[in-house]
Design a protein around this ligand. Structure first.
Ligand SMILES: Cc1cc2nc3c(=O)[nH]c(=O)nc-3n(C[C@H](O)[C@H](O)[C@H](O)COP(=O)(O)O)c2cc1C
Length: 466
């Protein structure tokens, strides 16, 4: 057994030991190949990294990257060595400053997350690519679309239940797949599925979740329908096994994410990570410094880069007859290709985290309506990006979207665990009902493009970016 004082002696690049879950690892040879960069590992050199490690990695990560001889055994718990001595920079709530009871909108959840989470955790969730124009436009483009209410229409009750890929849900919105949900709360993706189950909405589960596919399936309530999102991994056989496994566990729909063939340049995330990295004052290394090109804090393996349309769709359709969405459609021409290949277009720019300057889903939705409206008859069009209000959801449905996803909105609410996510769901349902009543419709199938006016969209884009 090793003592913490012995571990402390190995606190530099030449000899780098860390403690994770009371076990000591010699990561000297791994420091430079760490997908998250060497800086964060060196920060924990000679120390206990458990609290920093847990929210960002699956339980099996250590076995995956380290060999058995890098496991140096357990650390001795010394008398003076209580857990109080362990350095903790837990990304989960440290001192809760904003209370759940003070949130009444999705924007309030974002504020709560900004106050209650450590800077780097909030930055990972919030970040967009580069100057974050795409993130901001995602949100603003829904606001620029105006509603066209009709009056003197009797409204007794409002029905917001909706069918997505043939499965009935209590509402037309859903929880988007998002890797790194544990950054917001240790319960992460499991809390998201549980809250979705409780309120009968869809959780489109992420294959980069902080839990494995069985754990995610086990989080469901009886009869709960969930869909599965995949990246096609560089080793396609791995993804094929994963899809088959997800089918056997009862997932009822799939999405292939195609807008992330390359990691976006997410500067807010990188900056927050850099500010947490100790500077060693070694100016000689400065010229070699390429931290500006670091990928996101939560890593995933590289994707298969050789697909074209027909190969990708044929491959996935060969694995399942279940409905398939192609996630990351950003122009009407690609939506038309989805229609051609018999898959569903998911209009998304990955929450503005990939390509700054990408169109918002609202832009793409409107341009499909203008250039290729038959897509809405032959496909179920999914949208996401910048949704913060029930009225945004109603606008999307009026233009012809089938289902509307929120990523960050639910991740921010997850700061309060399952209760926060439940509250966000209830808030959005209430806002949809209010919007529909004031618009003069009592069910979602009554909505159509006559209830929305997007004529200011291009003008607003130009003004916002001048
Ligand atoms: C922290 C975070 C992680 C994400 N991870 C994934 C992912 O693993 N796979 C994926 O297809 N999309 C991922 N997305 C994108 C979301 O599925 C969704 O497209 C986006 O969040 C919608 O925009 P919004 O956050 O403005 O609602 C992620 C988004 C965020 C914010």
């Amino acid at each position: 057994m090793l003592t913490r004082s012995e571990v402390k002696k190995h606190s530099n690049r030449k000899s780098c030991w860390v403690i994770i879950n009371n076990t000591v690892y010699d990561i000297t040879d791994f420091v430079d190949s760490h997908p998250g960069g060497s800086g964060i590992l060196l920060k924990y050199a000679g120390r206990d990294a458990t609290e920093a490690f847990k929210p960002l990695h699956r339980a099996d990560t250590l076995e995956k990257y380290l060999t058995a001889d890098q496991n140096l055994g357990h650390v001795l718990i010394e008398d003076h060595d209580t857990s109080k001595n362990i350095e903790s920079t837990s990304p989960t709530i440290t001192s809760k400053k904003v209370k759940l009871s003070s949130t009444i909108s999705i924007a309030d959840f974002e504020y709560a997350a900004s106050q209650n989470l450590p800077l780097s955790s909030f930055a990972f969730l919030k970040t967009g690519a580069e100057d974050e124009y795409a993130v901001n436009w995602n949100r603003n483009s829904w606001k620029v679309i105006r509603l066209r209410p009709r009056v003197l229409r009797p409204i007794d009750r409002i029905d917001i239940s909706h069918t997505i890929f043939g499965n009935k849900f209590s509402a037309p919105f859903f929880i988007c797949p998002a890797g790194g949900a544990k950054v917001a709360n240790p319960g992460g993706d499991v809390c998201l599925t549980k809250a979705a189950g409780k309120h009968d909405i869809l959780h489109w589960v992420c294959n980069n979740a902080g839990f494995n596919v069985e754990e995610m399936a086990n989080a469901r309530v009886p009869e709960q329908t969930t869909y599965w999102q995949i990246y096609a991994m560089a080793d396609l056989a791995i993804t094929e096994r994963e899809v088959k496994h997800a089918i056997s566990l009862g997932y009822k729909g799939f999405a292939l994410t195609v807008d992330a063939i390359w990691a976006g340049k997410r500067e807010r995330d990188v900056r927050a990570g850099l500010s947490e990295t100790e500077v060693d004052g070694n100016d000689e290394e400065e010229d070699e410094d390429d931290d500006f090109s670091k990928g996101p804090s939560v890593k995933r393996p590289p994707v298969y880069p050789h697909f074209n349309w027909s190969a990708a769709v044929k491959w996935l359709q060969g694995l399942t007859d279940l409905p398939i969405a192609i996630k990351g459609i950003q122009c009407w021409e690609d939506a038309a290709l989805c229609m051609h290949y018999g898959v569903h277009p998911w209009l998304s720019n990955h929450g503005g985290r990939q390509l700054d300057g990408a169109p918002s889903a609202a832009d793409t939705l409107v341009s499909i309506r203008k250039n290729c409206p038959e897509v809405f008859d032959r496909c179920e069009v999914i949208v996401d990006g910048g949704i913060t209000r029930g009225s945004d959801i109603v606008k999307a449905i009026a233009f012809g979207a089938r289902a509307v996803g929120l990523g960050r909105g639910f991740l921010f609410s997850l700061v309060f665990g399952e209760r926060g996510v439940s509250k966000a769901i209830r808030m959005l349902k209430h806002e949809i009902e209010t919007t529909m009543a004031l618009l003069g419709v009592s069910s979602l199938d009554q909505l159509n493009p006559s209830y929305v006016d997007a004529s200011s969209l291009d003008y607003a884009f130009a003004r916002a970016h001048l």
